[in-house]
Design a protein around this ligand. Structure first.
Ligand SMILES: C[S@@+](CC[C@H](N)C(=O)[O-])C[C@H]1O[C@@H](n2cnc3c(N)ncnc32)[C@H](O)[C@@H]1O
Length: 253
Protein backbone atom coordinates (compact mmCIF):
# COMPACT_ATOMS: atom_id res chain seq x y z
CA UNK A 1 0.00 0.00 0.00
CA UNK A 2 1.08 3.58 0.37
CA UNK A 3 0.90 4.88 -3.16
CA UNK A 4 0.58 8.65 -2.76
CA UNK A 5 -2.27 10.53 -4.43
CA UNK A 6 -0.68 11.71 -7.65
CA UNK A 7 -1.04 15.27 -8.83
CA UNK A 8 -4.67 15.30 -9.99
CA UNK A 9 -4.06 17.04 -13.32
CA UNK A 10 -1.17 14.79 -14.26
CA UNK A 11 -3.22 11.76 -13.18
CA UNK A 12 -6.11 12.70 -15.46
CA UNK A 13 -3.84 13.36 -18.41
CA UNK A 14 -2.04 10.07 -17.86
CA UNK A 15 -5.24 8.02 -17.53
CA UNK A 16 -6.62 9.72 -20.63
CA UNK A 17 -3.48 8.70 -22.48
CA UNK A 18 -3.73 5.04 -21.49
CA UNK A 19 -5.16 2.68 -24.10
CA UNK A 20 -8.60 2.35 -22.49
CA UNK A 21 -8.80 6.07 -21.78
CA UNK A 22 -7.77 6.95 -25.32
CA UNK A 23 -10.27 4.52 -26.86
CA UNK A 24 -13.41 5.81 -25.14
CA UNK A 25 -12.39 9.46 -25.60
CA UNK A 26 -11.75 8.90 -29.32
CA UNK A 27 -15.12 7.15 -29.58
CA UNK A 28 -16.85 10.07 -27.83
CA UNK A 29 -15.24 12.55 -30.22
CA UNK A 30 -16.31 10.41 -33.18
CA UNK A 31 -19.90 10.22 -31.90
CA UNK A 32 -20.08 13.95 -31.14
CA UNK A 33 -18.56 14.80 -34.52
CA UNK A 34 -17.80 18.51 -33.87
CA UNK A 35 -18.04 20.63 -37.03
CA UNK A 36 -16.28 23.85 -38.11
CA UNK A 37 -17.91 26.94 -36.65
CA UNK A 38 -19.68 25.21 -33.76
CA UNK A 39 -19.71 26.38 -30.14
CA UNK A 40 -18.64 23.42 -28.02
CA UNK A 41 -18.85 23.20 -24.23
CA UNK A 42 -16.69 20.87 -22.11
CA UNK A 43 -18.31 20.70 -18.66
CA UNK A 44 -15.75 19.79 -15.99
CA UNK A 45 -12.89 20.11 -18.48
CA UNK A 46 -10.30 19.24 -15.81
CA UNK A 47 -6.75 19.87 -17.04
CA UNK A 48 -8.07 20.57 -20.54
CA UNK A 49 -7.42 17.07 -21.82
CA UNK A 50 -9.92 17.34 -24.66
CA UNK A 51 -9.77 21.06 -25.47
CA UNK A 52 -7.09 20.89 -28.22
CA UNK A 53 -8.89 18.11 -30.13
CA UNK A 54 -12.20 19.98 -29.92
CA UNK A 55 -10.53 23.25 -31.03
CA UNK A 56 -9.00 21.52 -34.04
CA UNK A 57 -12.44 20.24 -35.10
CA UNK A 58 -14.36 23.53 -34.72
CA UNK A 59 -11.62 25.54 -36.44
CA UNK A 60 -11.07 29.30 -36.45
CA UNK A 61 -14.79 30.11 -36.81
CA UNK A 62 -15.81 27.96 -33.84
CA UNK A 63 -15.50 28.34 -30.09
CA UNK A 64 -14.56 25.83 -27.39
CA UNK A 65 -15.53 26.65 -23.81
CA UNK A 66 -14.03 24.62 -21.00
CA UNK A 67 -15.64 25.00 -17.56
CA UNK A 68 -14.31 23.70 -14.26
CA UNK A 69 -14.62 24.71 -10.61
CA UNK A 70 -11.12 23.75 -9.53
CA UNK A 71 -8.48 26.51 -9.81
CA UNK A 72 -5.59 24.04 -10.22
CA UNK A 73 -7.42 22.30 -13.06
CA UNK A 74 -8.24 25.64 -14.66
CA UNK A 75 -4.59 26.69 -14.54
CA UNK A 76 -3.55 23.46 -16.25
CA UNK A 77 -6.34 23.77 -18.81
CA UNK A 78 -5.24 27.34 -19.62
CA UNK A 79 -1.67 26.11 -20.14
CA UNK A 80 -2.91 23.47 -22.54
CA UNK A 81 -5.08 26.02 -24.37
CA UNK A 82 -2.21 28.47 -24.84
CA UNK A 83 -1.92 29.40 -28.49
CA UNK A 84 -5.47 28.21 -29.22
CA UNK A 85 -7.33 31.52 -29.68
CA UNK A 86 -10.77 29.92 -30.00
CA UNK A 87 -10.60 28.19 -26.62
CA UNK A 88 -11.97 29.89 -23.50
CA UNK A 89 -11.40 28.35 -20.09
CA UNK A 90 -13.95 29.60 -17.57
CA UNK A 91 -14.26 29.08 -13.85
CA UNK A 92 -17.75 27.91 -13.00
CA UNK A 93 -20.01 25.27 -11.61
CA UNK A 94 -21.77 22.54 -13.56
CA UNK A 95 -25.00 23.41 -11.71
CA UNK A 96 -24.97 27.00 -13.03
CA UNK A 97 -22.94 26.98 -16.23
CA UNK A 98 -21.32 30.31 -17.11
CA UNK A 99 -22.53 30.40 -20.71
CA UNK A 100 -25.27 32.27 -22.54
CA UNK A 101 -28.45 30.15 -22.44
CA UNK A 102 -29.16 28.43 -25.74
CA UNK A 103 -25.73 29.25 -27.18
CA UNK A 104 -24.08 25.82 -27.22
CA UNK A 105 -24.22 23.56 -30.32
CA UNK A 106 -22.38 20.60 -28.85
CA UNK A 107 -21.45 19.65 -25.28
CA UNK A 108 -19.65 16.91 -23.47
CA UNK A 109 -19.05 15.97 -19.88
CA UNK A 110 -16.65 13.19 -19.01
CA UNK A 111 -16.40 11.70 -15.49
CA UNK A 112 -17.80 14.81 -13.82
CA UNK A 113 -21.36 13.96 -12.76
CA UNK A 114 -20.06 11.33 -10.35
CA UNK A 115 -18.59 14.24 -8.34
CA UNK A 116 -21.30 16.92 -8.47
CA UNK A 117 -23.82 17.60 -5.69
CA UNK A 118 -26.85 17.04 -7.91
CA UNK A 119 -26.42 15.35 -11.33
CA UNK A 120 -30.06 16.10 -12.31
CA UNK A 121 -29.54 19.82 -11.62
CA UNK A 122 -26.25 19.79 -13.56
CA UNK A 123 -28.03 18.23 -16.55
CA UNK A 124 -30.82 20.83 -16.25
CA UNK A 125 -28.13 23.54 -16.43
CA UNK A 126 -26.66 21.82 -19.51
CA UNK A 127 -30.12 21.75 -21.07
CA UNK A 128 -30.42 25.51 -20.53
CA UNK A 129 -26.96 26.13 -22.03
CA UNK A 130 -27.67 24.21 -25.24
CA UNK A 131 -29.67 25.31 -28.26
CA UNK A 132 -32.55 23.23 -29.63
CA UNK A 133 -31.05 20.41 -31.72
CA UNK A 134 -27.72 20.52 -29.89
CA UNK A 135 -25.91 17.21 -29.35
CA UNK A 136 -24.55 16.22 -25.94
CA UNK A 137 -22.22 13.37 -24.98
CA UNK A 138 -22.11 12.20 -21.36
CA UNK A 139 -19.61 9.67 -19.98
CA UNK A 140 -19.62 8.32 -16.44
CA UNK A 141 -18.40 5.14 -14.76
CA UNK A 142 -20.57 3.02 -12.54
CA UNK A 143 -18.39 1.97 -9.64
CA UNK A 144 -20.57 -1.02 -8.77
CA UNK A 145 -19.14 -2.59 -11.93
CA UNK A 146 -15.61 -2.50 -10.48
CA UNK A 147 -14.14 -5.97 -10.07
CA UNK A 148 -10.62 -6.91 -8.95
CA UNK A 149 -9.45 -10.49 -9.32
CA UNK A 150 -7.67 -11.98 -6.30
CA UNK A 151 -7.67 -15.37 -4.55
CA UNK A 152 -9.09 -13.57 -1.49
CA UNK A 153 -12.37 -12.60 -3.16
CA UNK A 154 -13.80 -11.48 0.18
CA UNK A 155 -11.27 -8.65 0.42
CA UNK A 156 -11.86 -7.77 -3.24
CA UNK A 157 -15.56 -7.45 -2.45
CA UNK A 158 -14.90 -5.42 0.72
CA UNK A 159 -12.62 -3.12 -1.27
CA UNK A 160 -15.24 -2.61 -4.00
CA UNK A 161 -17.95 -1.98 -1.42
CA UNK A 162 -15.77 0.69 0.20
CA UNK A 163 -15.09 2.36 -3.16
CA UNK A 164 -18.83 2.39 -3.95
CA UNK A 165 -20.02 3.56 -0.56
CA UNK A 166 -17.28 5.90 0.64
CA UNK A 167 -15.18 7.43 -2.11
CA UNK A 168 -17.35 9.37 -4.58
CA UNK A 169 -20.60 11.27 -4.28
CA UNK A 170 -22.54 9.53 -7.07
CA UNK A 171 -20.90 6.11 -7.59
CA UNK A 172 -23.76 4.62 -9.64
CA UNK A 173 -24.51 7.61 -11.87
CA UNK A 174 -23.20 5.65 -14.89
CA UNK A 175 -26.24 3.35 -15.12
CA UNK A 176 -28.60 6.28 -14.49
CA UNK A 177 -27.21 8.58 -17.20
CA UNK A 178 -29.83 7.80 -19.86
CA UNK A 179 -32.70 8.23 -17.42
CA UNK A 180 -31.29 11.46 -15.98
CA UNK A 181 -30.66 12.89 -19.45
CA UNK A 182 -34.24 12.10 -20.51
CA UNK A 183 -35.62 13.64 -17.31
CA UNK A 184 -33.60 16.80 -18.00
CA UNK A 185 -35.41 17.13 -21.34
CA UNK A 186 -32.87 15.56 -23.74
CA UNK A 187 -33.78 12.90 -26.29
CA UNK A 188 -31.43 9.98 -25.73
CA UNK A 189 -30.17 8.49 -29.00
CA UNK A 190 -27.68 5.84 -27.84
CA UNK A 191 -26.18 4.35 -24.68
CA UNK A 192 -22.79 2.62 -25.03
CA UNK A 193 -20.86 0.66 -22.43
CA UNK A 194 -17.06 0.45 -22.41
CA UNK A 195 -15.26 -1.92 -20.08
CA UNK A 196 -11.52 -1.26 -19.82
CA UNK A 197 -9.72 -4.38 -18.61
CA UNK A 198 -6.58 -3.49 -16.68
CA UNK A 199 -3.96 -6.25 -16.64
CA UNK A 200 -1.10 -4.39 -15.03
CA UNK A 201 -1.25 -3.94 -11.25
CA UNK A 202 0.83 -0.75 -11.23
CA UNK A 203 -1.38 0.92 -13.84
CA UNK A 204 -4.50 -0.17 -11.97
CA UNK A 205 -3.08 1.11 -8.71
CA UNK A 206 -2.56 4.47 -10.37
CA UNK A 207 -5.87 4.57 -12.24
CA UNK A 208 -8.17 3.11 -9.60
CA UNK A 209 -6.28 4.21 -6.50
CA UNK A 210 -6.08 0.63 -5.24
CA UNK A 211 -3.47 1.25 -2.54
CA UNK A 212 -4.78 4.67 -1.58
CA UNK A 213 -8.39 3.51 -1.21
CA UNK A 214 -7.32 0.31 0.52
CA UNK A 215 -5.52 2.37 3.16
CA UNK A 216 -8.67 4.40 3.67
CA UNK A 217 -10.78 1.23 3.94
CA UNK A 218 -8.40 -0.11 6.59
CA UNK A 219 -8.40 3.20 8.50
CA UNK A 220 -12.21 3.23 8.43
CA UNK A 221 -12.29 -0.30 9.88
CA UNK A 222 -13.78 -1.99 6.79
CA UNK A 223 -10.82 -4.31 6.13
CA UNK A 224 -8.40 -5.75 8.65
CA UNK A 225 -4.85 -4.39 8.12
CA UNK A 226 -2.93 -7.66 7.72
CA UNK A 227 -5.54 -9.08 5.37
CA UNK A 228 -5.38 -5.89 3.31
CA UNK A 229 -1.59 -6.03 3.18
CA UNK A 230 -1.62 -9.64 1.91
CA UNK A 231 -4.35 -8.89 -0.64
CA UNK A 232 -2.49 -5.88 -2.01
CA UNK A 233 0.90 -7.65 -2.11
CA UNK A 234 -0.74 -10.58 -3.94
CA UNK A 235 -2.06 -8.29 -6.66
CA UNK A 236 1.41 -7.57 -8.01
CA UNK A 237 2.62 -11.19 -7.74
CA UNK A 238 0.41 -13.11 -10.13
CA UNK A 239 -1.41 -12.26 -13.34
CA UNK A 240 -3.53 -9.20 -12.54
CA UNK A 241 -7.00 -8.31 -13.76
CA UNK A 242 -9.46 -5.58 -12.84
CA UNK A 243 -12.21 -3.89 -14.80
CA UNK A 244 -15.05 -1.40 -14.57
CA UNK A 245 -17.69 -0.10 -16.96
CA UNK A 246 -18.07 3.40 -18.34
CA UNK A 247 -21.39 4.43 -19.88
CA UNK A 248 -21.58 6.88 -22.77
CA UNK A 249 -24.90 8.56 -23.52
CA UNK A 250 -25.43 10.47 -26.73
CA UNK A 251 -28.48 12.74 -26.63
CA UNK A 252 -30.10 15.68 -28.37
CA UNK A 253 -31.67 18.82 -26.95
C1 LIG B 1 -12.40 13.13 -13.20
S1 LIG B 1 -12.17 14.83 -13.63
C2 LIG B 1 -12.47 14.76 -15.39
C3 LIG B 1 -11.83 15.88 -16.16
C4 LIG B 1 -12.03 15.87 -17.66
N1 LIG B 1 -13.44 15.84 -18.00
C5 LIG B 1 -11.29 14.75 -18.34
O1 LIG B 1 -11.93 13.89 -18.95
O2 LIG B 1 -10.05 14.70 -18.26
C6 LIG B 1 -13.54 15.64 -12.95
C7 LIG B 1 -13.50 17.15 -13.10
O3 LIG B 1 -14.79 17.65 -12.76
C8 LIG B 1 -14.62 18.87 -12.06
N2 LIG B 1 -15.84 19.11 -11.30
C9 LIG B 1 -16.37 18.35 -10.32
N3 LIG B 1 -17.50 18.91 -9.87
C10 LIG B 1 -17.71 20.04 -10.59
C11 LIG B 1 -18.71 21.04 -10.60
N4 LIG B 1 -19.75 20.99 -9.75
N5 LIG B 1 -18.61 22.05 -11.46
C12 LIG B 1 -17.56 22.12 -12.34
N6 LIG B 1 -16.56 21.21 -12.37
C13 LIG B 1 -16.64 20.18 -11.51
C14 LIG B 1 -13.39 18.61 -11.21
O4 LIG B 1 -12.80 19.83 -10.77
C15 LIG B 1 -12.51 17.85 -12.17
O5 LIG B 1 -11.68 18.68 -12.91
Amino acid sequence: MGVARPDQGAYLLRTAAMDAGRAYKEELLRLLDPRPGQTVLDVGCGPGTDLPALAERVGPEGLVIGVDRDPAMLAEARRRAEGLPRVEVRRGDAHALPVTPGSVDLAKTDRVLLHVDDPAAALASLHTATRPGAVVGLVEPDWETLIVDAPDIGTSRAFTRFVVEDTVRNPTVGRALGRLAAQAGFTVDTVHATTPVLRDAETADYTLGLGRNLERAVAAGHIEAERARRWFAGLSEGPFQASFTLFTVLARR
